[in-house]
Each structure stands twice: as C-alpha cells, then as structure tokens.
Design a protein around this ligand. Structure first.
Ligand SMILES: Nc1ncnc2c1ncn2[C@@H]1O[C@H](COP(=O)(O)OP(=O)(O)OP(=O)(O)O)[C@@H](O)[C@H]1O
Ligand SMILES: [Mg+2]
Length: 406
C-alpha cells in the first residue's frame, strides 16, 4: 500500500466454500475493523486452484466488496494457504564454533537455523514456515532466548511447514490476477490460532482443528511453540455429500438439511420428527425421519475424529494435548460434534469463537471467520515484530524467519 494506507492490513482467505477478505486498521489501541467482503468460492477445491479464471473472479468479488465497505483500495494482502498438500516436519540443526565459547548473536542464530532447514526437500516443495521450538546450547536444551549467551555449540529444533510449490503459487497467482500483491503467506491454522487459542493452552499443549469445507487443518502447540501440523482430508462438504447421496437429494438441499436438522448424535434426535426432503429430477419430495440425517452424519463425524486421533497418535502428539482440542471453522457448527470428538479422542474439546476486532460487525463473530480474523492478528504481530528494535529473540527471530516478502 502507498504511504497513505500503510496503517491498513488486508487478509485474504481463499477457502473451499467461501473467499473472504478482511481489512483492518492498525491504531495505537490495536487493530480496528474497517471492512470485509465474502464471495462464494469458485474454482478452488481443498486448497488447490482447479479453475483459475473462476478463482480470480471470486477473489475479485470479495476484494471489491471489502474495498467498498472499508473505503480504501486494496493493493497488498497477507494470504492464507492450506490444503492436503501441506506437510509439517520437525527438523534439527546446529553448529560448533570451536574449542572456545563464543557470544551468540543474530548471525549465529541465523546460521543454526540454516542448518536446521538444510534437510533435503523435493524440488516441488517450498518452505512456508520455519518455527523455532527450542535452542540447545552446549547440550543444555530448553533455551528460548540464546541471544547474548555464551556457547561452543548452538543447536536449534524447528518445526517446518512445507507446501507443494505449484499449489501455493496458484493461489498467489489468483490473488495477483485480482489486482492484489501478496506480501506474505501463512499456513491457515497458524493464523487461526491467533484468534482462538489462549496462551495458557499453548503452553500446556493444545490441538487446534479448523474444520473447513474441504479439509480439517490442525496445529499443535506445546510449551508455546508449534510441535506439529497436518491436514486431514475431511471437511464439512463431505458431510453434505454423504447426505446428498444417502437421502438422494441435490447437494444444495443436503446443505440446507444439514444446517437446519443436522446432528452428530442419532440418539439425541427425537424419534417422531419428520422432515421434507426434495428429490432429484422431477420426482415429488418425501418425508423422512430426522434420525436418518443423524444416521448419516454420525459415522462421518466419528471418521473425522478417528483420523485426527490416528494422526495425533502416529506423530506421538496425543499425550501432549493436555489442554485438549479446540475446534473452529464452519464445519465445527454441527451440533453434537464436541461430544463425539471427546468420546473418540478421550480429550476435552471446546468450540472456539474468534477474538473480535474493535468495531467489527457481529456477523463476523462466527467460527468460519476465525481464520481470516487470525490472519489479521498474525499479520499485525509479524509487522510489529519487524518494526521492533528490542533484543527479544522471539520478535527478532520472527522478523528473521517469517520476514518473507514485504
Ligand atoms: N450450521 C452448520 N452445521 C454444520 N455444518 C456447517 C454449518 N454451517 C456451516 N457449515 C459447514 O462449514 C463448512 C464451511 O466452513 P468454512 O467457511 O470454515 O470453510 P472454508 O474456509 O471455505 O473451507 P476450507 O477451510 O476447507 O478451505 C461447509 O462445509 C458448511 O457446510
Ligand atoms: Mg477455511
């Protein structure tokens, strides 16, 4: 943005079901809502662009709406990236300075992190984030701030989030073609965490699951750092298509039925309830028992949480989620989802609503907007970190490691 608009921050979330653009203003009192736009997503599925022209048109529509409501032109933005092509891995690297200990400066930290990122990546993958977990100084682990300390050897453990280069690039291209420059990209649940997780949860160990339309993105924090990230290929749209097939009704009708009558626990639906289901073709609509809706949705809900449980078990993370699991995203609105999730994972679960921006309309205070709101908080945090002159490693490292683009 030009100088005139440098206090504005725009976030773009190209989701599987909706494309959302949020404009916030950075004020002395923090972030303030300025405007937003939402358009139905077309041309993008599960984080992948399948029809560029349609995706560009959706972004353009949401951007224009946001420009009108904010009263400012949108030229730059931070963009969310997600989808099943994302992989998270933990890595480790370090360097020895010699027999005599040396004071650790910014350059030494940079070199250690370079070693950690040095693992061979396939040519078609790129690093989205390098998130430091801890530093190890002369075999003393658990150091959060090595700056200014003395050591003969410095090691760092990082969590690396990688994306398929072409998939990430295609979303950037769609936004560029809509006339907006992408300043920075962020793995969506990392940003979402900023709007829904509390610091004590991050310290204790928590899993955030953003149940979107095309997939469920997860991120785990332990001792305040990112320990694991993954994407589970089931989202709310799978629930809808199960209903469409099971009830033999058009997808749009299945979506309405899910929102109006959906429940993840069959036995909690009163036995006598009947609902009208439109048929496909020109057949007459039918009356069915509402319990049938639950009979279709409950197994899918269990499957989602079984996949989450297996992912957390295989990565060795389940036992670390002491503060439980936090659900967000539009798919988390299905009644009964928390009870099923708790019974499958045997962990406490809560539904999260996003932290509001000042002056924000209440329509945005919904779980499907947690990610775009989190992107505004994340963008603000990253921007402040770049501007900070203090010596705290977190802010300095952030500016070093996250400071791509602008
Ligand atoms: N009341 C509801 N009950 C059940 N599901 C709902 C409800 N409201 C919305 N959903 C589902 O939430 C999903 C959309 O959520 P969201 O807007 O978070 O997805 P997205 O960000 O577009 O997709 P993704 O994150 O996968 O790219 C849809 O599958 C929709 O059916
Ligand atoms: Mg989403």
């Amino acid at each position: 943005m030009g100088n005139q608009y440098e206090n504005f921050l725009t976030a773009i979330d190209v989701g599987s079901s909706k494309t959302c653009v949020l404009v916030a203003e950075v004020t002395d009192g923090g972030l303030r809502y300025r405007g937003h736009g939402v358009a139905e997503s077309r041309g993008s599925r599960k984080g992948i662009i399948v029809d560029l022209d349609k995706a560009v048109a959706s972004v353009q529509k949401a951007v224009e709406q946001a420009e009108d409501s904010a009263g400012v032109p949108i030229e730059h933005a931070i963009l969310g990236v997600s989808g099943a092509h994302i992989r998270g891995v933990n890595s480790h690297g370090g360097l020895t300075f010699g027999a005599k200990s040396r004071e650790i400066g910014r350059e030494e930290i940079r070199m250690a992190v370079d070693k950690a990122r040095g693992v061979a990546l396939p040519a078609d993958r790129e690093i989205l984030h390098l998130l430091p977990q801890e530093f190890i100084l002369d075999e003393q682990a658990g150091v959060h701030d090595p700056l200014g300390m003395m050591a003969t050897r410095l090691e760092v453990r990082v969590h690396m989030v990688t994306a398929a280069s072409s998939a990430a690039q295609n979303v950037i291209t769609a936004v560029n073609r809509a006339g907006v420059h992408v300043d920075d990209t962020v793995f969506e649940p990392l940003a979402c965490a900023d709007s829904v997780l509390r610091q004590d949860e991050r310290e204790l160990g928590v899993c955030l699951a953003d149940v979107g339309a095309g997939s469920t993105s997860i991120i785990i924090f332990q001792e305040g750092a990112v320990a694991h990230t993954a994407v589970i290929p089931i989202g709310g749209d799978h629930f809808t298509s199960d209903l469409a097939v099971g009830l033999c009704t058009p997808v749009a009708e299945a979506e309405k039925i899910k929102r109006l009558f959906g429940h993840a626990i069959v036995t909690l639906i009163p036995e006598g309830n009947e609902i009208e289901v439109p048929s496909v073709g020109d057949r007459a609509s039918r009356l069915i028992s509402q319990r049938m809706v639950g009979e279709i949705l409950e197994p899918r809900t269990r499957e989602l949480f079984e996949m989450l449980r297996d992912n957390l078990r295989h990565s060795g993370m389940l036992e670390f989620c002491v503060a439980g699991i936090v659900l967000s995203g539009g798919g988390s609105r299905l009644p009964g989802i928390v009870e099923i999730g708790e019974s499958v994972l045997r962990r406490s679960m809560r539904l999260a609503w996003p932290l509001p921006l000042a002056k924000m309309p209440s329509t945005l205070a919904e779980p499907e907007f947690s990610t775009v709101l989190g992107m505004a908080f994340y963008g603000h945090r990253a921007r402040s970190a770049r501007g900070l002159q203090d010596d705290r490693w977190s802010s300095r490292l952030k500016s070093m490691l996250m400071g791509k683009g602008a």
